[in-house]
Write a protein that binds this ligand. Structure first.
Ligand code: SF4
Length: 415
């Protein structure tokens, strides 16, 4: 099994907190084709090149595509022609069995896999939603971030709070049954009441999946500069904790399963396996992100596009983070990527940093004996402090542990 990630590095404008690689040049004209057209041609050719190479990491030996994720940047900026071209190539290379349903004029795949596209809410116009029917996409991930127009303006987001609501309505109208929305908390001067209001407005959308993150001040971003210049102030630790507590409790009450530190998926509350008293279910939510879960479960993935990362067969590789250099190399039939071998210590550290983020935690039985013994020894003090817990051979963070997860993970890693 493996996941396929396609990176679309175009944005209409840049948000002040964003550290992802993207540019605002998609519609610029090259000599003959727009940057978007050249880039999409390169994406398609990269998929073919990787298949032709037939190496031990990305070649024909990779079988069993389990999820596809179009991320960015802003994939919803691409034209329908570009998106169709990408899916036709995915079908040609990875055999997903693209099918047209003549009755309702829709597109799907013969193999039932999760296919996600990230969208900006203001891109989801009626025309865009109708065009989605011609693509096999069955999951949409949207960055709402907040329902306060003032805070959206502060972030330099292009959309308004109302546009998120309209986008969800349009997506439901064309039959999208799996929608994820991103939300942020911990804005400068944000109060607990305002955060409560954002959560309630999110829940009113009745979506299947929620990702919630605290506002990060990443080095190199305009937001980081504002912090350094003293123009904004981070919220204090106590308020951050109250906000996160509110999030976890309110989403549990609304029937969402927290399956990862920042990710929540809707449970079937009608099922007899759902316990109304504890807000917990004996079965996992159907709406956990399959693609992101594969990152946390150490499943290989292929990343296509500028700045995309790949992982598999004991190696990690990354493409050049420069659109022009990427396109030029691919046009010359060259993969513009560097790679590193993942040694045993790095592999162990990767497991700590990924699996420990999930509610199931680290399956101790998958670790080689030497690493299992090492981890059990280092985990003991954290277990005694109630920050880690072992259940059925799996080591996971407790709720108190989540607040100090970064420092626990770094203490458990091999240096
Ligand atoms: S739209 Fe997304 S990728 Fe683009 S700048 Fe904003 S946060 Fe970053």
């Amino acid at each position: 099994m493996f996941g396929l990630y396609i990176h679309i590095p175009f944005c209409a404008s840049r948000c002040i907190y964003c550290g992802f690689y993207s540019t605002t040049s998609a519609r610029e004209k090259g000599e003959r084709l727009s940057v978007e057209e050249q880039y999409v041609n390169a994406l398609c050719h990269e998929m073919e090149l990787r298949m032709e190479k037939d190496d031990d990491m990305f070649g024909r030996k990779m079988t069993g595509l389990s999820s596809i994720y179009l991320g960015g940047g802003t994939p919803s900026l691409l034209s329908i022609n570009s998106l169709q071209k990408i899916f036709q190539t995915i079908d040609k290379v990875y055999h997903i069995g693209l099918e047209w349903n003549k009755e309702d004029n829709t597109c799907s795949t013969a193999i039932p896999i999760e296919i996600t596209m990230e969208c900006n809410p203001d891109d989801v116009t009626e025309e865009f939603a109708q065009n989605l029917r011609f693509l096999p996409i069955n999951r949409i991930s949207m960055g709402a971030q907040t329902f306060s127009d003032e805070r959206l303006h502060f972030l330099h987001r292009r959309h308004t709070a109302d546009e998120v609501k309209n986008a969800v309505k349009r997506l439901r109208g064309i039959g999208i049954k799996n929608i994820s929305v991103d939300l942020m908390f911990g804005f400068p001067n944000e109060t607990l009441e305002e955060w409560n209001d954002d959560i309630e407005r999110l829940l009113a959308l009745d979506i299947e999946h929620i990702s919630a993150y605290s506002l990060m001040y990443e080095k190199g971003t305009p937001l980081f500069r504002l912090l350094q210049e003293g123009k904004v102030k981070e919220i204090d630790e106590e308020l951050y904790r109250q906000m996160y507590d509110t999030l976890i409790d309110r989403l549990a009450k609304a029937g969402y399963e927290q399956y990862e530190i920042s990710n929540f998926a809707k449970l079937d509350v009608q099922s007899p396996k759902f316990n109304i008293q504890t807000s917990k279910s004996k079965i996992q939510s159907l709406y956990r992100s399959q693609h992101n879960s594969s990152y946390w479960q150490n499943i290989p993935y292929i990343g296509i596009g500028a700045a995309a990362h790949s992982y598999g067969n004991g190696k990690r590789s990354w493409n050049v983070a420069d659109i022009k250099a990427y396109i030029t190399a691919i046009q010359k039939n060259r993969l513009p990527s560097e790679e590193e071998i993942i040694d045993a210590d790095t592999h162990y550290n990767d497991i700590i940093m990924t699996a420990l983020r999930t509610c199931e935690g680290i399956d101790l039985s998958i670790l080689p004996a030497e690493y299992r013994t090492y981890l059990i020894r280092l985990a003991k003090p954290f277990q005694q402090q109630g920050l880690l817990k072992e259940d059925n051979g799996k080591l996971h963070l407790t709720r108190n542990g989540i607040y100090v997860s970064d420092s626990i993970m770094s203490d458990l890693m091999k240096v």
